[in-house]
Ligand binder design. Sequence first.
Ligand code: DGY
Length: 312
Amino acid sequence: MTASMVLQLAPIGPLADALLRDELKAVCLWEQEAGWLEAHGAGVALLATSVRRGCDAAMIAALPNLRAISSWGVGYDTLDVAAAHACGIQVANTPDVLDDCVADLAWGLLIAAARRISAADRYVRAGEWKELGGFPLTTRVSGKRLGILGLGRIGGAIAKRGQGFAMEVRYHGRSPKDVPYGFEPSLTALAEWSDFLVVACGGGPETRHLVSAEVLAALGPRGILVNIGRGSVVDQQALIAALEAGRLGGAGLDVLQGEPGAPAALSSRDDVVISPHVGSATIETREAMERLVVDNLRAFLREGRVLTPVLP
Ligand code: DGY
């Protein structure tokens, strides 16, 4: 008997969940009794998951006839892509459709951190706005220097927006690209040059703590760090220490180590703005991401190839 079942590891979103259930007759693992995988794993051909739920090597081993994994989210740091590829299993994520929304949020955090918008809002709400000019001066955004760590699709969308703010843009990554921005082979040198350093790379062991105490020191007391990539890229203890010592100008963070939740050492500060990992969380983008999860499975069923593969 050939495997043909679609297995869903966790809820993805109302649209994807309905399409998976009604069209692809997906089995929801969380609704099954213990032992289901051992009894039925060999019948599973396609898997739907998300970057939040992930898919590890043990799950892949439990599904010996698996042929494709379709995951919600552009990140795939929680999927064992190497284990999947070693078994000839295609892996798909949901890139492209979220670039603009994540880039928009990066800019929102950058401006909010530089201009202290959250602190200003708290000041007004607390009834402290009793005289004009009472709120402290903040930092100019336009015309400054923008450094980007990771010039992928999202980093590119962030860079493009920098032109509207008359910013010079430079970037650091694995290798230079054919783009109108300067490549900086050293992240520390990029941080030293930058007024704003935006982290736009993915997570995983390769990028863990790339933004180290040394990089933060190079960014300096007037520099602002923005992170819309993964919390793991920033050494969070070093970030807290730099802010507390006045060695960093501020931070705008959509992702944190140990999320959900933020340590008081960050959330209590006026020079830090935090959003709860919502880079792609607009109605339009989340719908597009959910559709793409299903479209990847449809394409595999039709042509034997997912539309947006994660490459080895
Ligand atoms: C992604 O797409 O990887 C986001 O982090 C999901 O929230």
